[in-house]
Design a protein around this ligand. Structure first.
Ligand code: EPZ
Length: 418
């Protein structure tokens, strides 16, 4: 298994070019199932999760080609199965995103239940109940979801919880349904809006994009399109956090300035100097004191759960006491124990962490438990005194393209070792 060895105590300084958003390219890849003609997706990050979903599509007989720029073209004319098997779905639960498009386009789907992951049980009941509301017959048996529908019918769906992929699955089901579908309490994440814009480029009729009520008028067929995915706001926030935690400066290029308001506000509260342009954000922490901030995660546009671990690391070496409350996932605090191995002073009460900032952390061997926990530990290692070894970095490779190259580019001392 590979690991990162990081020599801490260096203030990063430089520019990072941001890649396409993992959580936008995954639903957009699944949307390729809906198209009656080939489609091309650009600004695709080189990530394991993208490879996994491409393998799920290829496993159904869909032709998936990638060029040297990592643009992906999809042609589902060769589709010969509507099954997403357990051995692939279990490695990447977002594979559930093929469920809605398969039922909408081919009238059937057989998708392995994604199962949980480290951060929670990750149920998909809202995906299933939404499809049933649209007239699909759904059974869950022996670990598989089987769904059938001659043609889905428009329905009024009120999501009991805000669910990003739940909203995306039902949006993709509704675009080919007969009649109008209204999704209330829809997720408003920029990645959901990016999917909606892609579907409109394919000929879908959607209004309410970016609000909590999406109205979709079903159409007979959708064409392929040529679509460029929006930049990854969580990757952007992670590199800005590298500047904040090391007292350095980072300018993120090709960034999505709109999608990070709640996070930028917290960086300012933490004492950072921020400047933004049309497609760049710069955070400067040189000569400034990192202050502890209180964080409470909630659905967009509130503070995103995918930035919680990164701010936990910042709080660990800040001045003051920061309270971090995780409201989205039941088990997204596993990075706390690893931070404490580095000398962090954190008291965990359920999903609330009380973090008393320390003057410094100390390098140690630590273990990544999930994608954003691995980002947290890398950030802590950059600020810590001495050497840190971060194990199980396959988690990192799921969501951060070329992370060691990008960090080395801003002066960090990080190497990947087998
Ligand atoms: C998406 O996961 C993201 N993944 C996650 O990013 C992100 O953390 C999460 O949204 C929240 O923003 C992708 O987009 C591929 P949810 P998703 O459905 O859609 C409960 C990362 O680090 N729920 O919005 O699976 C669920 O248990 C990953 O990039 C149900 O109860 O999350 C959770 O408590 C991690 N029933 C809450 O809703 C359902 O049917 C929000 O989950 C669906 C969800």
């Amino acid at each position: 298994m590979q690991k990162f060895e990081i020599q801490g105590g260096i203030s990063v300084d430089g520019e990072v070019t941001i890649s396409g958003a993992k959580n936008a390219v995954l639903p957009i890849l699944a949307a390729g199932i809906l198209a009656t003609t080939p489609m091309t997706i650009r600004n695709v990050p080189r990530l394991k999760d993208v490879k996994t979903l491409s393998a799920v599509l290829a496993g159904m007989g869909i032709t998936v080609d990638t060029n040297d720029d990592n643009d992906i073209s999809i042609d589902n004319d060769t589709l010969n199965s509507c099954c997403a098997p357990y051995d692939l779905v279990r490695t990447m639960r977002a594979s559930i995103l093929v469920l809605g498009p398969l039922v909408a386009r081919y009238g059937e789907a057989e998708v392995s239940l994604p199962g949980g992951c480290a951060i929670g049980s990750r149920p998909v009941n809202l995906h299933i109940s939404g499809l049933e509301a649209m007239g699909a017959e759904v059974t869950v048996h022996e670990g598989y979801i089987r769904a059938k529908a001659k043609r889905l019918k428009g329905a009024l769906i009120n999501m009991e919880l805000v669910s990003v992929t739940g909203t995306e699955n039902l949006l993709m089901a509704a675009v080919l349904a007969e009649g109008t579908t209204t999704i209330e309490n829809a997720a408003r994440e920029p990645e959901v809006s990016d999917l909606a814009h892609c579907l409109i480029a394919m000929g879908a009729k959607i209004t309410g994009i970016g609000t909590d009520t999406l109205v979709i008028d079903g159409v007979e067929a959708l064409q392929g399109c040529d679509y460029s995915v929006l930049p990854d706001r969580i990757e952007t926030g992670t590199y800005l956090a590298a500047a904040a935690i090391t007292g350095g400066r980072v300018k993120t290029l090709k960034a999505d300035v709109q999608g990070l308001d709640a996070v930028l506000q917290k960086f300012k509260e933490a004492g950072a100097k921020l400047s933004t342009g049309k497609d760049w954000i710069e955070l400067d922490m040189r000569g400034r004191t990192l202050k502890a901030v209180d964080i409470r995660t909630d659905p967009y546009p509130a503070f995103p759960t995918d930035m919680q671990a990164q701010f936990m690391a910042m709080n660990a070496v800040s001045q003051g006491i920061g309270v971090v409350v995780e409201t989205i996932f039941e088990n997204r605090m596993m990075h706390v124990a690893e931070l404490m191995r580095m000398g962090a002073n954190i008291r965990l009460e359920g999903n609330t962490a009380i973090v008393a900032g320390m003057p410094t952390l100390y390098g140690a061997p630590v273990m990544a438990t999930d994608l954003r926990a691995s980002a947290c530990l890398i950030l802590a290692a950059l600020a810590a005194e001495g050497k840190t070894t971060v194990n199980r970095i396959y988690h990192t490779d799921r969501g951060y393209e070329k992370i060691e190259q990008k960090l080395t580019g801003i002066g960090a001392n990080i190497v990947r070792v087998n």
